[in-house]
Design a protein around this ligand. Structure first.
Ligand code: SIN
Ligand code: CO
Length: 393
């Protein structure tokens, strides 16, 4: 029996194959006890500490803010911010906690039946009683895991992109939210709710220790994909590749744009876009783009290949840097390792080994080209030695 056919507690005893066939991107699933004996990886003070750090994306949502209803402010915050908050009805949300807290990043191992390049980030929220961000829809899949305290979740069904929102506030809160029958639950620590994109939801804290972990997935919109692919292709097209109309019929009416002209243009666009090699190279790059490009720390000064080899032989394994994104793809015999928005040709074995989040030991050096590729990846900041960072502190 393959691992994919084994029932998982995380999925309420469904197998990954059953979950993907029936729920993923299709309908919500409430899973009681998805993480038995759940212990929150952070407490509210630690989350507030992250929200005070420069470079960490954090938001505070106040239902009755000093300047009006549903006020949103953005971090970094300071102690005074938290001292002045009311006793209830606010939420603190911190993005990409997986980049800063290894035990949060490790949660992703539980979701390894999903491609890792679909993950966006792990967001954690804290809210006192009554705290929420209002009823809304998100355009991504999310697993909402209750880390501590209780949150009441109500769902309002699949909702159109253009559903009316409350005007004049900074949040996209639905104007009309009607709870669907059978979609009203209080989640306890370890319970988890899976939501597909476009599903109206409203989560309200019931306790003074309510923390919710959102494991969110990215999927580029058609708008983003077309723009980004066109930009990528555009850089490689020659000036001579352009609209052409050799042997066209003489114009009947010189000011008319006729069907034949439009068809020539359509063919140029379709032939240019329909390039499987370029599509593959673009897609690998776009899906491994880091969430925060400036969080990658290039090795300074850059390492030489012999220095890299010596360090790895000195029993210092390399790790994926926090927030780094790696994936690989084979186009026939041509294999590319994608790392943080770049592509590196290499062997399949090397690509698989480096894209795997397990620590990278000296034995990898037996693979052809490993020394040079590892050096490149350390120098751009995709791979790192954690103890080096500790030494710098
Ligand atoms: C929250 O954690 O407060 C909100 C999560 C969500 O609705 O997506
Ligand atoms: Co949401």
């Amino acid at each position: 029996m393959s691992q994919r056919d084994e029932p998982l507690t995380l999925l309420g005893d469904l197998t990954p194959a059953e979950f993907m066939a029936e729920y993923w991107q299709q309908k919500p699933l409430l899973i009681r006890g998805a993480f038995p004996d759940m212990l929150s990886p952070l407490d509210p003070d630690e989350l507030a500490g992250l929200a005070c750090e420069e470079g960490i994306e954090a938001r505070l949502v106040e239902e009755h803010g000093p300047d009006g209803p549903w006020q949103v402010s953005h971090g970094p915050f300071d102690d005074a911010t938290f001292e002045h908050l009311p006793e209830e009805k606010w939420s603190l949300l911190v993005q990409a906690v997986d980049h800063y807290v290894p035990s949060v990043a490790a949660l992703m191992d539980e979701f390894d039946f999903l491609p890792c390049w679909r993950l966006d980030d792990i967001m954690i929220s804290y809210a006192p009683p009554g705290g929420s961000v209002g009823p809304h829809i998100d355009q991504y899949d999310v697993f909402l895991l209750q880390a501590s305290g209780q949150r009441r979740w109500q769902l309002g069904g699949k909702t159109a992109d253009d559903a009316a929102i409350i005007p004049g506030i900074d949040l996209r809160i639905l104007k009309d939210f009607e709870v669907e029958a059978g979609s009203d639950w209080v989640l306890e620590p370890g319970d988890m709710l899976y939501l597909p994109p476009g599903w109206a939801h409203h989560g309200v804290s019931q306790t003074d220790d309510c923390m919710t972990i959102s494991v969110g997935f990215r999927a580029p919109s058609a708008d983003e994909a077309v723009t980004s692919y066109a930009d990528y292709l555009g850089e490689q097209l020659l000036p001579s590749q352009r609209y052409s109309d050799a042997a066209m019929a003489p114009a009947d009416d010189a000011s008319e744009i006729d069907d034949a002209a439009l068809e020539r243009m359509r063919q140029l666009i379709l032939e240019t876009l329909d390039n499987p090699t370029q599509l593959s190279q673009w897609f690998g790059r776009v899906m491994t783009q880091p969430k925060y490009v400036d969080q990658l720390v290039p090795h300074d000064p850059p390492l030489s290949v012999p220095e890299l080899v010596a360090a790895l032989q000195g029993d210092s394994p390399l790790y994926h840097a926090p927030g780094s994104r790696l994936a690989w793809r084979a186009d026939g015999d041509t294999v590319t390792l994608f790392a943080d928005g770049d592509g590196y040709p290499c062997s399949r074995e090397l690509a698989q080994r480096l894209a795997d989040p397990a620590p990278i030991h000296e034995d990898v050096l037996s693979l052809a080209g490993a020394d040079a590729l590892l050096t490149q990846l350390v120098n751009v900041g995709s791979l790192y030695w954690p103890q080096e960072e500790d030494d710098d502190e």
